[in-house]
Design a protein around this ligand. Structure first.
Ligand SMILES: Cc1cc2nc3c(=O)[nH]c(=O)nc-3n(C[C@H](O)[C@H](O)[C@H](O)COP(=O)(O)OP(=O)(O)OC[C@H]3O[C@@H](n4cnc5c(N)ncnc54)[C@H](O)[C@@H]3O)c2cc1C
Length: 326
């Protein structure tokens, strides 16, 4: 990072492309991570019910603290604009200045042929993408190359859409350049988000490649599947709208996500411990009291089972018998 920002040698040696990529990466990851933190803390708060709202369990303080992360050090939406600008500038390097779009004929074919740059472990990721067998519908959802290709294809398609719209409107005399960009802002922000998703997935794949321990590697592969497929599931509207997923395959993605959650559930503690969170940060009442409560409930359930009764823990809310409207 220092080398890119300061240049390895004299000031004129600064690599502008690398610098732009670094700025764009920092902006996009800041936005993605802070939104993720806010969502995660809210989810934890709700999962703990009323206890999650108690100050002694620290979640309210964490939430108040991290909530503003989405605004300071750069508002996330504005940072995503910076990412989008970086992506569009990348195209400008290929096709000439963006300023003269109104005058330059748009060569759709060239855009279609443009290959997005790999953001991590280029050789490995290219090999995985190239190895995707057969038609989309026949490929396993856990095929890493298919997942990578899906993320890449979405980003490329979104970016091409933004470029087409910008070029189309750039020639109009009745709107200002500001309005031209403003009109495609939602599209540009979606492209930026898709880019960051790809950056994260490619970094994940590169990270797995560096993992030496076979057990850790296997676990990371499963978490990576969950990241990729839950991302596709969250955006399945786009994948369906653009014919990238059939309805049957979109349903299969949801099932696969649920299966992965079942697979990963027993490893949750290992995954959390991997962050080596210091004990001092975990000091909250719910963590101190909950294990004892869980043990007491497990002992009670064991007693019921021994007496031939079904413990309530095996039931879900939908199994409860309730009169309508209760
Ligand atoms: C707790 C805290 C600590 C801070 N510490 C510092 C500090 O140490 N040093 C410092 O310099 N600053 C600091 N700031 C300021 C911080 O950097 C700004 O609050 C931040 O950049 C957002 O700017 P703003 O508050 O003017 O909001 P605005 O920029 O007015 O944003 C308000 C809304 O408008 C939207 N918006 C803004 N521009 C656009 C656009 N072009 N297109 C579309 N939507 C747009 C945003 O997405 C947002 O939803 C701090 C702020 C907070 C809250």
């Amino acid at each position: 990072m220092h080398d890119v920002q300061a240049g390895a040698g004299p000031a004129q040696d600064i690599d502008e492309v690398a610098q732009r990529e670094l700025e764009s990466r920092a902006a996009g990851l800041k936005a993605a991570n802070t939104w993720h933190a806010t969502r995660t803390i809210q989810l934890c708060r709700e999962a703990c019910g009323g206890a999650g709202y108690l100050a002694e369990n620290r979640l309210p303080v964490l939430k108040a603290d991290t909530d503003v992360f989405t605004t300071f050090e750069g508002d996330n939406t504005v940072l995503l604009q910076l990412v989008a600008k970086g992506l569009l500038t990348g195209y400008r390097d290929h096709f000439g200045s963006l300023d003269g779009w109104g005058k330059v004929a748009f060569v759709a074919e060239q855009v279609r042929e443009t290959v997005l740059e790999r953001t991590a472990a280029r050789g490995l990721i290219q090999r995985l993408v190239d190895a995707v067998p057969g038609r989309d519908d026949d490929v396993a959802l856990t095929d890493r190359g298919w997942q990578l290709a899906a993320f890449e294809d979405r980003e490329k398609h979104l970016l091409q859409g933004v470029i087409k719209r910008l070029r189309r409107n750039a020639g109009r005399k009745d709107i200002t350049p500001f309005d031209v960009f403003n009109d495609v802002q939602d599209h540009a922000l979606t492209a930026a988000r898709a880019h960051i998703d790809r950056v994260v997935l490619e970094a994940f794949v590169a990270g797995i490649e560096r993992a030496a321990d076979p057990g850790a590697r296997a676990l990371l592969e499963t978490v990576c599947d969950l990241f990729a497929l839950s991302g596709i599931e969250a955006d399945k509207g786009w994948f369906l709208q653009h014919g990238r997923l059939t309805p049957a395959r979109a349903k299969a993605v949801t099932s696969a996500v649920n299966d992965l959650l079942v697979q990963l559930r027993p490893h949750m503690r290992t995954l959390v411990d991997a962050f080596a969170i210091p004990d001092g940060w975990l000091a909250c009442a719910i963590l101190e009291e909950e294990p004892v409560r869980q043990q007491a409930m497990a002992a009670h359930d064991a007693e019921l089972r021994a007496a031939g009764a079904q413990p309530q823990a095996d039931d879900t809310a939908t199994a409860l018998e309730m009169t309508p409207a209760q």
